[in-house]
Design a protein around this ligand. Structure first.
Ligand code: WTA
Length: 656
């Protein structure tokens, strides 16, 4: 982001100056009431994280809390535990009959699954996986809709010590294939299909296409969700239900080392190849359990927690599956779209299950705002006592709307900053303690050392803007990039050295030391809360035979955060027609997934380039934003800019 943009964003953010102190009522019942927690954690972070690791059940206690061989770090070394045991078994005596998930299918079917039910299913599937030859250290790919079998599959892997790699159901066959091959997964767990806006997503069809090019896959387990007729390959494909019915419901949980891999989750980076983010066992579970308990103020006996993300993203991993289950809490799991069959679907679910906490993304909140308050007003939302936001900066207007119309005017709104890499929330209010400022993620979680640096690594101090950094590892932080440790160092530790983690976000500190997140500073876009790299979309475009060159930029959008604008030069013999535009959008959907489809494509004979031939995306971003392009002195082909600007007029102004 260029300075000019940063300044503008800051100005817009600071227009809303209201502050919200926690109410006495909320504080009196909150899980944290003493501000001293921050000092305690800052004085002795290791002791603080130890106290949080004590929230878990360890088969064997660790010998050493923390080892920092920058940029690498380890936590709770020598400790032994099992994640599935912590998420299920240890709750059975006191809370076996408690609902783990109120599951709501999009077509209207539903099931409430208790901790005992889930334990039963997980043990059976774990035994099934073992029978298929999966053992400790293997990788299992999971490509499922939002059905209870998805958390069950993740926990079954965790139970036997296999690492899972969940691939979001919206990704294409090719994306699935690349992720399976990168981690050499042995088994894929998928479904015949899933429901989305009344349509069936053909997951098995995609899975078949993917697996045809995956040598490592030996077996494919298929959940029957839609009961559509799908191809079942003899000897390779097995129906989920058949597999688990034949198994015992007892399966001992494997004793795992604290540093053993729990899962891999792929996320976009600044190159075409997604990064396999590696999370481990003891530290990760400590981080998600602690943050879930303290930030969402969880009372496992009475709360109904709803994180309305998809489990295919880290938010779902940490706050639908591992955090809530480690804490023995009841969650809602909803399969489908917020506007199916109508735009009040979410609010009907909140009312029916008396959800007490809702955690969602600003893009969803802005969409709901646009739909209008008649939809929430049709339902009784008084059960909601706390609201959360994640995925991108929340604009103050959306924050206030969320609190007012969803939270009944008094529910605290916790804006939580974190990433796939950090595993757990890093910057957020503690709702019983922190004075909230709409638009700010407020302050670092206890034990987290966040700061803002300038380009040279100097502290910007209060009132300054620059790069967000984390100055000390925390237990839930990822350990490396799967199969590419060099990329781990280069991506995150080159800018400020091995000891300072650079997440890729810009931020400002206000006079109270609150963090105001300003968006990505690299070539990663944030489209409706999903990370997509410009490079990935460019690679998909140039992969099409009619495309010679492509440059992709994110354009600020009042609803989606950013939308994707592509500048494309067709190959000789091809015209930039409407048909080609449609074809290219379809092509990107096929290569990456629908979420990466460019919103607009502008055809041009050439792209603005420096004399060394580097495409100047910065200028294209200015054009996409409807602004006059910045410094053009280094351009080799300046006249092309006017041509592109003329064509880009159809994009309209930013608020259009
Ligand atoms: C952005 C999602 C501002 C940020 C959990 C980060 C945010 C990226 C916030 C990670 C927030 C996430 N305020 N920006 N509260 N939360 N982001 O890996 O740019 O899908 O680097 O993890 O989302 O996205 P990811």
């Amino acid at each position: 982001m260029v300075d000019k943009e940063i300044e503008k964003t800051i100005e817009a953010l600071l227009e809303e100056r209201r502050e919200f102190k926690p109410s006495a009522d909320f504080t009196s019942q909150a899980n944290v009431r003493e501000a001293a927690i921050y000092q305690r954690a800052a004085d002795d972070p290791e002791a603080w994280w130890e106290s949080q690791a004590d929230r878990l059940d360890w088969f064997q206690k660790w010998d050493k809390t923390f080892e920092w061989n920058a940029p690498h770090h380890k936590w709770f070394i020598g400790g032994k535990l099992n994640v599935a045991h912590n998420c299920l078994d240890r709750h059975l005596d006191s809370a076996g009959d408690r609902v783990a998930y109120h599951w709501v299918g999009e077509p209207g079917d539903n099931r409430s699954i208790t901790y005992s039910d889930l334990h039963d299913q997980v043990c059976r599937l774990a035994n099934g996986l073992k029978e298929l030859g999966v053992s400790k250290g293997d990788r299992v790919a999971i490509y499922l809709p939002m059905i209870p079998e998805l958390p069950a599959a993740m926990l079954a892997c965790a139970r036997i010590g296999a690492a899972h790699s969940v691939v979001f159901g919206g990704f294409s066959a090719e994306s699935l294939r690349d992720r399976i091959n990168d981690a050499a997964c042995r088994v894929l767990i998928t479904a015949d299909g899933g429901y989305r806006r009344g349509q069936i997503i053909p997951l098995k069809l995609n899975a078949d296409d993917a697996v045809a090019e995956c040598e490592s896959i030996e077996k494919v387990i298929v959940v029957q969700r839609t009961l559509e007729d799908v191809n079942m390959q003899e000897g390779r494909d097995i129906v989920y239900q058949d597999l688990i019915e034949a198994q015992s419901s007892e399966c001992e949980a494997e004793s795992m080392d604290s540093e053993d891999m729990l899962y891999i989750l792929y996320t976009s980076g600044t190159t075409g190849k997604p990064k396999g983010i590696v999370h481990t066992t003891g530290g990760y579970l400590t981080g998600v359990s602690s943050t879930h308990h303290l930030i969402f103020d969880i009372k496992p006996e009475s709360d109904v927690f709803w994180c309305a993300a998809d489990i295919g993203w880290v938010t779902g991993h940490s706050y639908i599956v591992y955090g809530p289950l480690a804490n023995g809490c009841t969650s809602i799991l909803y399969e489908g779209a917020p506007d199916w069959p109508d735009k009040d679907r979410w609010w009907g679910i909140v009312e029916e299950y008396k959800a007490t906490i809702l955690y969602t993304a600003p893009t969803a909140i802005r969409t709901m705002m646009k739909w209008g308050i008649d939809y929430p007003n049709k339902h009784d939302l008084t059960s909601l006592r706390l609201l959360g936001s994640v995925g991108e900066p929340i604009n103050p207007e959306a924050w206030i709307w969320y609190q007012e119309f969803i939270g009944g005017g008094d529910a605290p709104v916790v804006d939580t900053w974190w990433q796939t890499e950090t595993g757990a929330i890093m910057i957020s209010a503690l709702p019983g303690l922190t004075t909230l400022k709409p638009g700010s993620a407020t302050i670092a979680f206890p034990g987290v050392e966040a700061d803002v640096l300038d380009d040279k690594g100097g502290l910007v101090g209060k009132g300054g803007g620059g790069y967000l950094v984390l100055k000390r590892p925390t237990p839930a932080m990822f350990r490396t990039i799967f199969g590419d440790d060099e990329r781990y160092r280069k991506t995150y530790f080159e800018k400020f050295g091995d000891e300072i983690y650079f997440p890729g976000d810009g931020a400002k500190l206000d006079d109270d030391g609150y963090f105001w997140l300003l968006g990505r500073v690299d070539d990663v876009m944030n489209v409706a809360g999903h990370r997509i790299s410009t490079y990935e979309v460019e690679s998909a475009l140039v992969d099409h035979q009619a495309v010679a060159e492509a440059a992709v930029v994110g354009r600020k959008d009042p609803k989606e955060g950013e939308t994707i604008v592509a500048f494309v030069t067709p190959r000789a013999g091809h015209e930039g027609t409407d048909e080609l535009m449609i074809e290219l959008r379809q092509h990107v959907a096929k290569v990456i997934g629908k979420l990466a489809r460019p919103h607009a494509i502008i055809f041009t004979d050439d792209l603005p380039k420096t004399r060394s031939g580097k495409i100047m995306r910065r200028l294209l971003r200015d054009i996409a934003e409807g602004e006059k392009p910045g410094d053009v002195t280094t351009l080799q082909n300046a006249p092309i800019l006017d041509e592109i600007r003329e064509k880009a007029k159809s994009l309209g102004s930013r608020d259009g």
